[in-house]
Design a binder for this molecule. Sequence first.
Ligand SMILES: *Cc1c(COP(=O)(O)O)cnc(C)c1O
Ligand code: SF4
Length: 336
Amino acid sequence: MPNPQSEIQHFTKNWQQQLADAFDNIEDLCRYLDLSPDDLPISVAATENFPLRVPLSFAACIEKGNPRDPLLRQVLPVNEELAVYPGFNTDPVGDLAAATQTGVLHKYQGRVLFINTGSCAINCRYCFRRNFPYSELQLSKQKEQAAILSIQEDASITEVILSGGDPLLLSDARLTRLMGQLAEIKHLKRIRIHTRLPIVLPARITDEFIDTLKLSPKQIILILHCNHANELNERVIVACNTLKNSGITLFNQSVLLKGVNDDADILCDLSEQLFSHGVIPYYLHLLDKATGTGHFEVSKERALELIQQVQATLPGYLVPKLVTEQTGAASKQYIF
Ligand SMILES: *Cc1c(COP(=O)(O)O)cnc(C)c1O
Ligand code: SF4
């Protein structure tokens, strides 16, 4: 358990070491947060398939002694995860499980999702991938090469989206090699990276990673995943500034989550804070209906109400698009 001294020391370590130090045990996390496990609706059973995983950088943003903290709610395994909700199933997105076999998911015109790794630095309890055994998936070199070849052979593809899991869990060496190979594909205009790591493990934004991005002849877009302004600590802000100053376009996507950000003031504050650090709000997703996540659901009606309140408060460019994923559709479905 980190004391203030070891906490300072922790943040001088490299990102791999910080990741290895992440909380993986409920008691340790509760002790760090001055909470008693007995006062919380904790479920150890809920961790069997989907363990607790919280980097210290994220845990440090949780208010000590507050059992209702909106960041704690995103990571604490609770009894409600075992409840059965109608309409929730183990594969709400349908095809992602299959895509992890080949590494590519080509659903939308011109864009392919490239899935090299299924693991994440944090385990968000609302995640759709919580029910898949691929959490530790790493695409083999052969499969990765086959995936790159398939992108090379399809001139209709103009954008590759590195996704996961979290693609920034790949080493700098591997990412550099991958970006180099993508750089050689003439018909690609953009490389997009979907990642939560700058938010939950900002030490991942290494000089080597920045150099790799800067050297790419393609336009680079990073889409972050931040759900609440409290996630933006000083280390995260430095990481955003570094990316921004390297010419990277930064967007953010959030998931609308009950008890976390289902409040117009919280959503407005999130947009304002993100933009003040150079990040443009992009999507606000309705929850994917994965088994174990029903207690996070916000109804479509309530979601519409909230986003209209946000629109009535903020300039248009700070209002994220409210969207949902619909199997078989040609794009995300815009709700607002
Ligand atoms: C979300 C998603 C994309 C990206 O969609 P945009 O609307 O361009 O952000 C691409 N492919 C798949 C499979 C997706 O789920
Ligand atoms: S970072 Fe994204 S993919 Fe990973 S657990 Fe959280 S929501 Fe799921």
